[in-house]
Design a protein. Structure first.
Ligand SMILES: NC(=O)c1ccc[n+]([C@@H]2O[C@H](COP(=O)([O-])OP(=O)(O)OC[C@H]3O[C@@H](n4cnc5c(N)ncnc54)[C@H](OP(=O)(O)O)[C@@H]3O)[C@@H](O)[C@H]2O)c1
Length: 248
C-alpha cells in the first residue's frame, strides 16, 4: 500500500514507522512544520502515487485537508480529533466526490475492543440486582479535557446496557450517590498516557475491566487497519464500522 502522511508530527511518525515495518511505502509526507523533512503544501502532484492518505494534523486543518484530498479523489483516514462540529459538511464533501473516509476519536484497537467487552459486561451484570457499576480514568497532567472522550463513550455504553443507571456523575459528590447515578471519575496526575476502568461490584465479588495505554503505537495500528479497509470503498465511515466488518 502506498501511504501519504498528512501531518508529520508524533502520530505521523508513529504511522510511518509501523507502515514501513509492515512493508508499506510512504510516498508523501505533508506538514507545514516539517522543516525540510516533508512537503509543505498538499497538492495533486504530491499525492499522485498515494493509494490512501492518513491525516493526523490539527482540528483547524482537517476540513480543508478533507476538501483537497477529496478533490484529488484519494481515500482518507482521519485521526485528528476536535473537529466534529464539521462532520456533516465533511460527509457531504466525501459523498460529492465519491471517495472513502474513515474517522475515529480513538483508533486504538484495544480501546475499541474494550468498548465491546464493556458493552457485553454491562449487559450481563444488568441481569443481577446485586451488582453496581462505576468507572474511572487516569491521564497525565497536561491533558486539557476531562472526562476523556473514551470515558464519555464508556458512560454511554453503560447507560445503554445497564438500565439501573440513568445518568452520569463526573464530579465529586457532597452527598450519597443514588442507585440511578453512574459515578465515573477523572484523575489527572503524573505521566499516565491513559487508563480507563469499569468496575462491577457486588457483596460477593468485584470484577474490574481496565484498559491501559502503553504507547501511541496502538493508534497507528488502528489507523493502518482502517487505511487498508477504506482503499476499496466509498462512503463516510467510523472505525467502529471497520471493526464490525473485520469481526464479522
Ligand atoms: N484518533 C486517534 O486515535 C488519535 C490518537 C492520537 C492523536 N490523535 C489526534 O491527532 C492529532 C495529531 O496528534 P499528534 O500527536 O500527531 O500532534 P502533533 O505532534 O502536534 O502533530 C501534528 C502535526 O500536523 C501539522 N499540521 C498542522 N496543520 C497541518 C496541515 N494543514 N497539513 C499538514 N500538517 C499539518 C502540525 O504542524 P504545526 O505544529 O505547525 O501545527 C504538526 O506538525 C491531534 O488532533 C490528536 O488529538 C488522535
Amino acid at each position: 500500500m502506498n501511504v501519504a502522511l498528512i501531518g508529520y508530527g508524533k502520530m505521523g511518525h508513529e504511522v510511518e514507522q509501523l507502515a514501513l515495518s509492515k512493508g508499506h511505502r510512504i510516498v508523501a509526507r505533508c506538514d507545514p512544520a516539517s522543516r525540510g523533512q516533508a512537503d509543505v503544501a498538499l497538492s495533486q502532484e504530491i499525492l499522485q502515487d498515494a493509494d490512501v492518505c492518513i491525516e493526523f494534523t490539527h482540528p483547524q486543518a482537517v476540513l480543508e485537508n478533507i476538501r483537497k484530498i477529496a478533490t484529488i479523489k484519494k481515500p482518507l483516514v482521519v485521526g485528528t480529533t476536535g473537529w466534529y462540529e464539521h462532520l456533516s459538511e465533511a460527509e457531504s464533501i466525501v459523498q460529492q466526490n465519491g471517495i472513502g473516509l474513515v474517522y475515529a476519536p480513538n483508533f486504538s484497537l484495544g480501546v475499541n475492543l474494550f468498548y465491546q467487552i464493556a458493552e457485553k459486561a454491562a449487559e450481563l451484570f444488568n441481569h443481577f440486582e446485586e451488582y453496581d457499576v462505576f468507572g474511572s480514568e487516569i491521564h497525565h497532567r497536561q491533558k486539557v479535557d476531562s472526562p476523556s472522550g473514551t470515558a464519555k463513550k464508556l458512560s454511554e455504553i453503560v447507560l445503554k446496557k445497564f438500565t439501573r443507571k440513568k445518568r452520569v456523575i463526573n464530579q465529586p459528590l457532597s452527598r450519597a450517590i443514588t442507585a440511578e447515578e453512574l459515578h465515573l471519575v477523572s484523575i489527572r496526575a503524573g505521566q499516565f498516557p491513559g487508563i480507563h476502568s469499569l468496575t462491577f461490584d457486588s457483596p460477593a465479588d468485584t470484577i474490574e475491566l481496565t484498559h491501559t495505554v502503553r504507547s501511541r503505537s496502538g493508534f497507528a495500528v488502528g489507523a493502518l487497519l482502517a487505511a487498508e479497509w477504506i482503499i476499496s470503498r466509498q462512503g463516510f465511515f467510523t472505525f467502529e464500522q471497520v471493526l464490525t466488518d473485520y469481526l464479522a
